[in-house]
Design a protein around this ligand. Structure first.
Ligand SMILES: [Zn+2]
Length: 233
């Protein structure tokens, strides 16, 4: 009886909160209906998804990164309202949204690539403290859950608090981040196929810097996954 009353009270409370603070679509802002989570079905339908499950379409990016596979969920464009998805994960501390989007990407990657573990692109500890969490870790957690592999957030670390990338030229970005990462315990990943995960791939400078470090690991193979990828690099 007490349990049942508790449930009624909880449902009542939840519907009241729902009326006061309705859940809205992270992309268009419309109120979500039952069964929808984070994004309305209209936005899910028109999302500019990467339809080729594997990545061969972007030879230039593969060439720049020299990665075994390159996976991305959707084409990223700052003019498109889908950039809100990344913005909300990154700047509105929507950790659970990051995990959810990571799961969506994980389902598209699938288990056929022999990936052994997921490595999120690290944030400098000061930046992580300020933001509350690392968005790449949230996305990577979603991917690793679907692939059934471990997530290893402590083998690659960021040693320099690089200044903001916004407004820098491609060369300045590359210079800024190239020496920003280091390995802490490379032996743990010897012979592994690692999947490096970031939120957005634009110039590829951060990814390239991380890959340069990861390649120092004996027998390692590297693939890359991100939620959004800019159309051109
Ligand atoms: Zn929507």
């Amino acid at each position: 009886m007490i349990k049942r009353l508790g449930k009624i009270f909880w449902d009542y409370l939840r519907s009241g909160v729902g009326l006061l603070f309705p859940r809205v679509c992270v992309v268009c802002g419309d109120v979500l209906v039952r069964g929808e989570r984070f994004m309305c079905s209209g936005c899910l339908c028109r999302m500019p998804l990467n339809e080729g499950a594997d990545e061969g379409a972007d030879e230039r990016m593969k060439e720049v990164l020299d990665a075994e596979n390159l996976f991305w969920l959707f084409t990223y464009n700052r003019e498109s309202d889908f950039h809100q998805l990344i913005y909300a994960i990154k700047y509105k501390s929507r950790r659970e949204l990051g995990v959810w989007a990571g799961r969506m990407l994980g389902e598209r990657i699938g288990t056929g690539h022999g990936i052994d573990c997921v490595i999120p692109v690290p944030l400098h500890p000061a930046r992580e403290k300020e933001r509350g969490f690392n968005q790449s870790l949230a996305i990577g957690t979603g991917i690793a859950g679907v692939l059934g592999v471990k997530i290893v957030p402590d083998v690659l670390e960021r040693k320099e608090n690089t200044r903001s990338q916004t407004g820098l030229s491609r060369e300045e970005r590359a210079d800024n981040v190239m020496k920003a990462f280091r390995l802490t315990d490379p032996g743990r990943l010897r012979g592994c196929h690692v999947l490096l995960v970031d939120d957005v791939l634009t110039s590829g400078a951060t990814t390239k810097a991380c890959l340069a470090e990861l390649r120092k690991i004996e027998g390692v193979r590297c693939s890359v996954a991100c939620l959004g990828k800019a159309g051109k690099i």
